[in-house]
Design a protein around this ligand. Structure first.
Ligand code: EPU
Length: 424
């Protein structure tokens, strides 16, 4: 297993190019199951989660290959397969998005229940509700969802849940409805840009989807879909992470290919804290000089502040001036990083779905344990500003969502390297 060793104190400066979005690429790759021919997905990041999805698709008879130019080719060659087994789904909860396409295209899907994880319980009731309303017969057997339908039928489906809309439930129902008979209306759909990106790919395959990216999505079912070519949108979470990293080190970076239209809440919050952000010709310039003002931040479904940047924002606020309250309304239990940030000298107390952060003058480098993908990014960010050396253990989490983070941060001037870990 690897660890990341970070020596704090260097300002980040220079240019960084933002990669294609993991959370957009995953459902788009799953959607290739729906096509009658090969698809080519461009701008796919080189990440562990992408490799996991390639392997799940392979087990489902979709041959895939990630090429040197960053494109992934996917071709359904054996449509008799319909079981996504536990060993694979367990490595990545995002794999639940094969459920809708398998059911719609192959009439039967047997997909392992993903189970909970450190960021929360993560039920899939909304996915199942939507598919049932499209006419699927669903049962849970020995930890697997077994879904069957000869042909799905369009329906009006309300997809709101206790924590707002669900991104992957919206993706699953939208994908399933493309091949259903008649019209489907999804109400209270997730508005995340990744949903609009998926709809763009599905429409390129021949689907008839309108309104994706808004709370109401209308899908007119078609008889069949073809393979298609698509370029994945830029990763707004990776962009946000580099913005926070640059700001917290008092650095100045230019981010190429970041889409400011997807970063409204992040830009607003960072500006309120005192960070300077300028948009110019497809790039974003981020500069600042800590300490920043403390503030309250609430994580909400898009276009609110993304839960996937909660931990990174918290790392920034640990050394801000005053008391901040961070609340996560999407994943109210996503706070495993608090204990690790406190090991570094932060003063954070969890209070229900919120964390109260009293800004301290400095963090001190320590051994910390990454618990999930975004928490590991937050610990690296904290390490960049801490005194001395921080060792982030269990860093395999970070490779699920950040391509070569240590190389890219090093190029920006950070003192960071990967080393073999004999402690975990
Ligand atoms: N929820 C339900 N029932 C459901 C589905 C979700 O109650 O059937 C709840 C969840 O427990 C949560 C809320 O609804 O409280 C929102 O969860 P959502 O379903 O939107 O999450 P997701 O679709 O499973 C995607 C991303 C996550 C990201 C969330 C929220 C992918 C592969 N994953 O998950 O990304 O945090 O949306 O934006 O797209 C990450 O990249 O680190 C990550 C965890």
């Amino acid at each position: 297993m690897d660890k990341l060793v970070v020596r704090g104190g260097n300002r980040l400066s220079g240019r960084v190019k933002i990669n294609g979005s993991k959370n957009s690429a995953l459902p788009i790759m799953a959607a290739s199951i729906l096509g009658d021919g090969p698809s080519v997905i461009e701008n796919v990041p080189r990440l562990r989660d992408i490799r996991s999805m390639l392997s799940i698709l392979d087990s489902l008879g979709v041959q895939g290959c990630h090429r040197d130019d960053g494109s992934v080719t996917l071709e359904p060659v054996d449509t008799s397969k319909n079981v996504a087994d536990y060993a694979q789904v367990r490595t990545m909860r995002g794999s639940i998005c094969v459920l809708g396409p398998l059911l719609a295209k192959r009439g039967r899907a047997v997909v392992s229940l993903p189970g909970g994880c450190v960021i929360g319980v993560r039920p899939i009731d909304l996915h199942l509700k939507g598919l049932r309303e499209l006419g699927a017969k669903i049962s849970i057997e020995r930890g697997y969802v077994v879904a069957e339908a000869e042909r799905l039928a369009g329906a009006e489906i309300y997809l709101g849940g206790a924590f707002g809309p669900s991104v992957l439930a919206t993706a699953n129902i939208m994908m399933a409805a493309t091949l259903a008979e008649g019209e489907t209306i999804i109400d209270c759909a997730a508005c995340e840009p990744e949903i609009a990106d998926l709809a763009k790919f599905l429409n390129a395959m021949g689907a008839k989807i309108e309104g994706a990216g808004s709370p109401t999505v209308v899908i007119r079912g078609v008889e069949k879909l073809a393979g298609a070519r698509h370029c994945v949108m830029q990763d707004r979470i990776e962009a946000g992470t580099y913005m926070i990293a640059a700001a917290s080190t008092g650095g100045e970076i230019i981010m190429e290919d970041a889409n400011p239209a997807h970063l409204g809440a992040v830009i607003d919050k960072l500006r309120l804290a005192g960070v300077s952000i300028e948009k110019a010709n497809g790039s974003l310039r981020v500069a600042g000089s800590p300490p920043y003002k403390a503030m309250d931040v609430t994580m909400l479904p898009y276009p609110g502040m993304p839960t996937d940047l909660q931990a990174q924002m918290m790392a920034l606020l640990t050394v801000s001036d005053g008391i901040s309250v961070v609340t996560d309304k999407v994943f109210p239990d996503r706070f495993m990083h608090i204990a690790e940030l406190n090991r570094m000298g932060a003063d954070i107390r969890k209070e229900g779905p919120s964390a109260i952060i009293r800004g301290v003058e400095r963090l001190s480098g320590s051994h910390v344990m990454a618990s999930d993908l975004r928490a590991s990014a937050a610990l690296v960010l904290a390490g960049l500003v801490a005194d001395g050396e921080t060792e982030v253990h269990r860093v395999y989490h970070i490779d699920r969502g950040y391509e070569r983070i240590e190389e890219r941060l090093s190029k920006l001037g950070a003192d960071i390297h990967r080393a073999e870990d004999d402690e975990t």
